[in-house]
Design a protein around this ligand. Sequence first.
Ligand SMILES: Nc1ncnc2c1ncn2[C@@H]1O[C@H](COP(=O)(O)OP(=O)(O)OP(=O)(O)O)[C@@H](O)[C@H]1O
Ligand SMILES: [Mg+2]
Length: 390
Amino acid sequence: MTCFPFLFSRKGKLKTNGGFDVDNEVSSIDNVKLYTYKELKVATEEFSEANKIGEGGFGSVYKGRLKDGKIAAIKVLSAESKQGVREFLTEINVISEIEHENLVKLYGCCVEENHRILVYNYLENNSLAQTLIGGSQSNIYFNWRTRLKICIGIARGLAYLHEEVRPHIVHRDIKASNILLDKDLTPKISDFGLAKLIPPNMTHVSTRVAGTIGYLAPEYAIRGQLTRKADVYSFGVLLMEIVSGRCNTNTRLPIEEQYLLERTWGLYERRELVGLVDTALNGDFDAEQACNFLKIGLLCTQDSPKLRPSMSTVVKMLTGEMNVNDKITKPGLISDFMDLKVRSNEKNKPETTNTSFNVSSGLDNLDNSILSSATTAATMTFTALYDRSI
Ligand SMILES: Nc1ncnc2c1ncn2[C@@H]1O[C@H](COP(=O)(O)OP(=O)(O)OP(=O)(O)O)[C@@H](O)[C@H]1O
Ligand SMILES: [Mg+2]
């Protein structure tokens, strides 16, 4: 499908209706629909606050109605992202060719002047972070069947990126806010391929949510080894969040319960995994299945990447096509490596600790996957904010 609002000039340049030239050496952009800035401005009523639906590490997201009547989520990449048109479109072309029931569909983009804007299919039911996890005011009830469908859907989307797309894509930022839900609560993974659009010196890992750190595989966080198995680790954490209905890090809980992964491991050792299942389900769930899901979460978060299953194996285990291997060792806990835990005795003294650590993105590409992150060496600084007041 070619859908450029382009005019072809004789000099071998492509020209958009907005008068913006794009070098036609970028011959592989045939599948990308280009929107003019004016069109997106109209769609979002001048990027009005009323239409703003969120803000992440990449920039702001607006809801808008396109000329053809479609409702879209319009992500305006922040000013720091001044990647050249060619690189930008090359990456966009890769993303826009990917279609799967469990991946958010990219409609197209805008690359006029300094503007870098992505236009996505709009998902009606927000993200898992704003609904199931994090205790927001959402009025969606996630029963066990829905959770099961969500877990399997995410696993299928990720298996597709890892094993069917060529070259493979490592997402690098699997977390609850990047799982969007459509009107039927079908999960859609968002932001795949996006990390490559961001200059390497600019961290996109959100520092607003302390929990983000809890999704990072230790070998990636500490040594910068980014492979598909880092995504498998993040998926494992997400799986535990969906079954338990809680965020991976919650410093408001008693110290022994603050880190979901540690808690899951402790309960597994005591054969009490069922105690972790979300009490909001009021006992209405398949206990064997729920415990299996938590065990799969532990398998995905094993310290050694080699011990973690591939995503297609995860899909089979989740659907019951394959037995869940019960040889589980202690998961890799980032808190074992870094002094991230705040074990303050000063319980009554409200205070915020600002812990910074460097993540070297040296990118030892262990399994020849194309990385969804910037491929040049990068040192990202993540800042974890811990509220010590409780
Ligand atoms: N396609 C979409 N449909 C509906 N809402 C969306 C869509 N994409 C994003 N959003 C909303 O915008 C919010 C911000 O998304 P964004 O991806 O910018 O940030 P994030 O996921 O919170 O963090 P990060 O930048 O690390 O991915 C999301 O939480 C979601 O509520
Ligand atoms: Mg996101």
